[in-house]
Design a protein around this ligand. Sequence first.
Ligand code: TXA
Ligand code: MG
Length: 330
Amino acid sequence: MTKIIKINPNNIDADALWEAAEILKGGGLCAFPTETVYGLGADATNADAVGKIFLAKGRPQDNPLIVHISRVDEVYPLVKTIPPKAPFLMERFWGGPLTLIMERSDVVAPEVSAGLGTVAIRLVSHPVANALIRMSGVPVAAPSANISGRPSPTAAAHVIQDLMGRVDCIIDGGNTFYGIESTVLDLTEEVPVILRPGAVTAEEIREVIGEVSFGAGEGAPKSPGMKYTHYSPDAEVYGVEYGTKPQINRDGKTGVLSYGEQNIDADIILHGGGNAEEYAACLFYNLREFDARGAKTIYAVLPPPGGMGDAVRNRLLKAAGGRIIQGEKL
Ligand code: TXA
Ligand code: MG
């Protein structure tokens, strides 16, 4: 049975949150809101509990999980060493949507890292997530709280849709803030590598530590998660470059996710907003909404690269399996 616990992030009911913390401490599964997307948590030091995450999501065993903490000092037991650039990044971006990859200590269950010698760690700023982790007293391994391959959940209703009956508890703490996942940065390389662009941009990271590179992206061996189809609604997704007008196929119900000034005629038109931050905030919500309205095909206008545009493009191109429809320049 899945217990739903409603918690107002602006006025946290400590008794209600204790109930969820007890579930985590006892080796159970609890979904909770973070500032990026909802996560599905388990005690990262308990191999059995971590195993349940993979089962509940139908997640491939070789795709490692992020460990979430509530205070900076909780990072030390989880890693072998702190790389020299890490403190600057922690100071600037923690708590917040930046995940750092470092050498894993034996405190972290090896299942969390899918056998890799590294571990991904993120200090969360969302008041519900932060208080939950603090109360549970354990580091919390948590992937996004969706069935593997589906769009990440940005509201409790999405988690309920995917995981009802498969987890012990779901905390309903309202909508997440960024709507897109954290940036994953590998600090085990001389020049740090962005394995997944996210809510902290490459430009912001460069301001703090200088040079960073982008991972090979799709299929990069260092970020196992990136090789799977991801973020996909039931409808077929195609990317459309901003400022181009493609011929679209109007067989079946067609959806368009528009952006900025650009629109394309379709049966269902949802607006992605006027900048990449707005686009990100409602991206996964919009993808699920097209499914709910029976769209067969979705044409999504891609925001230009740079800043948060990188993260939105990454998710849309994953959802589209890399397919971009070419069109004449406007
Ligand atoms: O915002 C987020 O990051 C959300 C919230 C819940 O914190 N979590 C999230 O987790 O998006 P997940 O499991 O959906 O994505 C984690 C990504 C995957 O691409 C995975 O392959 C990568 O991080 N990752 C985790 N540990 C890694 C490691 N040790 N080395 C390389 N990549 C790793
Ligand atoms: Mg995910």
